[in-house]
Design a protein around this ligand. Structure first.
Ligand SMILES: Nc1ncnc2c1ncn2[C@@H]1O[C@H](COP(=O)(O)OP(=O)(O)OP(=O)(O)O)[C@@H](O)[C@H]1O
Length: 247
């Protein structure tokens, strides 16, 4: 996925300022930076969720393969099927069973002609949750622990077989053990998907990301291999941030 000179606004607030960045397939890209620098805004541009906020708009090109997802005539539903999102707080559908939570991803996206049982099992396996839930698929999704709920939401996202998975602080509501499980999962998921993760946690970026981009006040300051961002940044602002001098 390729972002070219994207600007994003909330009314008069210019939240993303001419950002260009490449998210490589089968890699994890982390986006870091102080609160309010625009990480979540850019993430939401990547599947056209930004424009759902009243008064919000985006300009520029975001190419998924060769298709500009902001191009004329592009079907937003198919963009969101191809570019799935996992949120900060696990958000299983509260009245639905574990099985139906995963199947809902398919139904909501209008995916037809698939064997539901097979796809639900495959997605739960992909999310590293199958063994923990296979004997209680009809129990409520909200009966799971927080970490299991987040993996359930990941299963729901990958059920539609997206190309890109966006994650907005996916571990910030989880305890350290559940966090490590999700991080291991992110590592596995990159074999199949392009992963973009927003995180406040620099250790997490260092653990999971192949490349890391540092943002400041709507600008992308630097994007490089994760080890270079943390041990050999080119820009002094990146260095100040990763060494904890501000933010
Ligand atoms: N719904 C909104 N309406 C108006 N302005 C917004 C809205 N959401 C974000 N902004 C503004 O856009 C800018 C970027 O915010 P954004 O949430 O993308 O930053 P962030 O880096 O993800 O922050 P955080 O780490 O705190 O989540 C900020 O100035 C913020 O105040």
């Amino acid at each position: 996925m390729s972002v070219r000179d994207v600007n994003a606004y909330y009314g008069d607030t210019h939240a993303i300022k001419g950002v260009s960045i490449e998210y490589k397939a089968n890699e994890v890209t982390a986006m870091i930076g102080p609160s309010g620098c625009g990480k979540s805004t850019l993430l939401r541009c990547l599947n056209r969720m930004h424009e759902e906020i009243p008064g919000a708009r985006a300009e520029g090109q975001i190419l998924l393969d060769d298709t500009d997802i902001y191009g004329p005539g592009v079907d937003v539903v198919s963009v969101r099927r191809a570019v799935g999102m996992v949120f900060q707080k696990p958000n299983p559908f509260p009245t639905m069973s574990i099985f139906d939570n995963v199947a809902a991803g398919l139904k909501l996206n209008g995916v037809k002609g698939v064997d539901m049982k097979e796809r639900v099992e495959k997605s739960l396996r992909g999310a590293g949750l199958w063994d923990e839930v296979k004997d209680r698929l009809s129990s409520p999704g909200i009966g799971l622990s927080g970490g299991q709920q987040q993996r359930l939401c990941i299963a729901r996202t990958i059920a539609v077989e997206p190309r890109v998975v966006l994650m907005d602080e996916p571990c910030s509501a989880l305890d350290p053990i559940a966090t490590l499980k999700v991080e291991d999962l992110i590592h596995d998921l990159k074999q199949e998907y392009t992963i973009v993760i927003v995180t406040h946690n620099m250790q997490q970026a260092a653990r999971v990301a192949d490349t890391t981009a540092f943002f400041l006040l709507g600008d992308m300051v630097e994007h490089a291999k994760t080890e270079d961002i943390f041990s050999n940044p080119k820009d002094s602002r990146t260095e100040e941030y990763v060494t904890g001098k501000f933010g």
